[in-house]
Write a protein that binds this ligand. Structure first.
Ligand SMILES: [Zn+2]
Length: 161
């Protein structure tokens, strides 16, 4: 936490974050808690856990079928990844990538079982979407050699043979 962040050290931080999660405008929240919108904006981008925002969004949704839920997880992981890339957090990028990989694997297994065609997993891994995500992640991870190597070898295990 940045020491200079007024929101992190605000006694009503939880209420402020709940208001942000609830979709109230930053200007309105700023007035209510006597803080500056700039501080709210910075705190929201840099310090609020993406997972909390995802959970807040999810809480309002109805239960879905397994594949729908997996696709929702995939979307969530993509949100996490975007967030991690936007805020330059390699740890979170890796976590999001692991999540994405697991979801893709699960989706592959699931649809493969349903269709009795195991090559569905291969098709998923060959999808343009997956390749685009992987490219972005590698671009960013190039700055973190250890992470790049681990991710690279793990991904190779998933490649179609
Ligand atoms: Zn903060």
């Amino acid at each position: 936490m940045a020491q200079s962040c007024k929101i992190c050290h605000h006694p009503e931080r939880q209420a402020i974050e709940a208001a942000i999660n609830g979709g109230e405008t930053l200007v309105s929240i700023a007035k209510r808690f006597d803080v500056r919108p700039m501080n709210l904006s910075r705190h929201k981008t840099a310090h609020m856990a993406p997972l909390a925002r995802i959970q807040a969004r999810r809480g309002k949704e109805k239960p879905a079928a397994s594949v729908d839920r997996l696709e929702q997880m995939y979307d969530d992981a993509r949100v996490l990844l975007d967030e991690a890339l936007a805020t330059n957090r390699p740890q979170l990028s890796l976590a999001a990538m692991k999540e994405l990989r697991q979801v893709v694997e699960l989706l592959g297994k699931f649809t493969g079982e349903l269709n009795d065609r195991p090559q569905v997993q291969v098709n998923l891994l060959a999808s343009p979407d997956w390749h685009r995500v992987r490219e972005v992640v590698f671009q960013v991870l190039q700055r973190y050699p250890g992470a790049t190597e681990e991710l690279s070898s793990r991904l190779l295990e998933l490649e179609p043979r």
